[in-house]
Design a protein around this ligand. Structure first.
Ligand code: SAJ
Length: 418
């Protein structure tokens, strides 16, 4: 089977190598010459466990090639970004998907399968993608097979989850579903769940919306408990002892290219109905302002305070900074005139100093990302280097009572300090 994967980002590149590693002839396509150059010169432009080695193996075996232009293939997989559009409801911007579809048209032939992996709003394939191919003369389900097969992998575990997660395959017609399912049977060991395109689209958006709304609930609880002088972390731990309750963790807000983006794809389709989804988004996207407000109170009275932010990525142990609440918090603090130094061992330009160097003479460490490296720091040693050893741990990664030399503040005891 010959495959052409359009878009070599966090999903496209691992997808391309999974197929190449299973013996398919894969051409990975990216419009960025920089990406192609990095890959061709033996590197990988994203941080993901095990990815570098498997990319190299696929190049060495001759099963993977990369290019800035598509080639003729049996199957086309489109994995390009679908950001929020700049409209009132932040709808799904499918311009890159449409452009990719148009780009493959000259290479397409009868009986090819086209799979959109990019997350899209419900009804996108039916209403916007199908017409592109119909205009070119194809009959969907008869001369061309079109399906939506969203990915569900967790950054940091992509290669494992791509193989073992259950996979949704939603065709425009039943024939489309069957053709697309055959493609994934090449390497997927999870269940292949067959449905139609629009159900696949909304199911994928809803998975991330479900998580976003649940995180919003935890964040709201943190604020409520803060006002009522209640330790919310303990309240969550106790509530979660109930067999059917699982309250998630409050944090500095929600980032990434999924949870902070996809819920709007549903909301923008039905803004009058999708009220809970919008409220959840509002709670999570305003958490950085809450963190900034509390941080400002924590350094009140200190002349020219130095704040050190630990972490810029949107979550722990990855290098991805897309939609990161940490970045928003740092920007807001700097805009307020605060001196903020940033340390992140996963982001090269933020790792030039060691944590022990960067905290010197600082007044507050603000933990914004749950990297393992931050758990391994000796905070008693750090305390000796700071001007005032305060640590505001918005991720609750430092255990209470372990470090006697620091003043540890988290959502459990924040109300005692502000
Ligand atoms: N977060 C919290 N509190 C929590 C859990 C997470 O504040 O209790 C924050 C994280 O720090 C991060 C954000 O939420 O900023 C999102 O992180 P995540 O680990 O929940 O999810 P993503 O965005 O890395 O990946 C999600 C996953 N979806 C679900 O778990 C439903 C993944 O399976 C999807 O494939 C991915 O979105 C995607 O590509 O859509």
């Amino acid at each position: 089977m010959k495959l052409c994967v359009i878009g070599l980002g966090y999903i496209g590149l691992p997808t391309a190598v999974m197929f190449a590693n299973s013996g398919c002839d894969v051409t990975g396509v990216d419009t960025s010459e920089k990406v192609i150059n990095i890959l061709e010169s033996g590197g990988v432009h994203i941080e993901e466990d095990g990815l570098n080695d498997i990319v190299r193996n696929c190049f060495d075996s001759g099963k993977l090639r990369v290019s800035t232009k598509p080639v003729a293939a049996d199957v086309y997989i489109i994995a390009v970004p679908t950001p929020n559009a700049c409209d009132k409801c932040l709808s799904c911007d499918i311009r890159m998907v449409i452009a990719a579809c148009k780009e493959i048209l000259p290479y397409l032939s009868k009986n090819n399968t086209v799979i959109v992996e990019s997350t899209v709003a419900p009804r996108t394939l039916e209403d916007y993608i199908k017409p592109v191919f119909e205009k070119a003369g194809y009959i969907i389900g008869k001369t061309l097979y079109l399906a939506h097969c969203p990915e569900r992998v967790l950054p940091g575990r992509i290669l494992y989850e791509m193989r073992y997660n259950n996979r949704i395959v939603g065709g425009i017609t039943k024939q489309c579903t069957e053709h697309a399912a055959k493609v994934y049977e090449t390497f997927v060991e999870g269940k292949i769940i067959k449905t139609d395109a629009k159900t696949a689209e909304i199911a994928k958006c809803m998975e991330n919306t479900y998580r976003d709304v649940n995180i919003a609930l935890a964040n709201e609880l943190a604020k409520v408990c803060g006002e009522l002088d209640i330790n919310c972390l303990e309240a969550i731990r106790i509530a979660n002892e109930h067999p059917r309750v699982n309250i998630l963790s409050p944090g500095p807000g929600v980032g990434g290219h999924c949870l902070a983006v996809d819920p709007y794809f549903i909301y923008s389709k039905m803004p009058n109905l999708a009220k809970l989804i919008k409220t959840g988004r509002d709670i999570n996207s305003t958490m950085p302002y809450y963190v900034v407000e509390k941080t400002v109170e924590l350094v009140e009275g200190i002349e020219k305070p130095k704040i050190v932010a630990f972490g810029v990525t949107y979550k722990g142990n990855i290098d991805d900074t897309r939609e990161s609440p940490a970045i928003k918090i740092i920007e807001l603090l700097k805009a307020d005139g605060f001196q903020v130094e940033v340390y992140d061992p996963h982001v090269r330009e933020k790792a030039k100093q060691t944590p022990y160097q960067i905290v010197k003479q600082s007044d507050l460490i603000l933990i914004l990302t749950d990297h393992d490296e931050f758990k391994e720091i000796d905070y008693n040693m750090v305390a000796g280097l700071m001007r005032r050893p305060y640590v505001f741990d918005t991720r609750n990664i430092i255990e209470d009572d372990v470090y006697s030399s620091i003043t540890l503040i988290n959502y459990g005891n924040l109300f005692e300090f502000v």
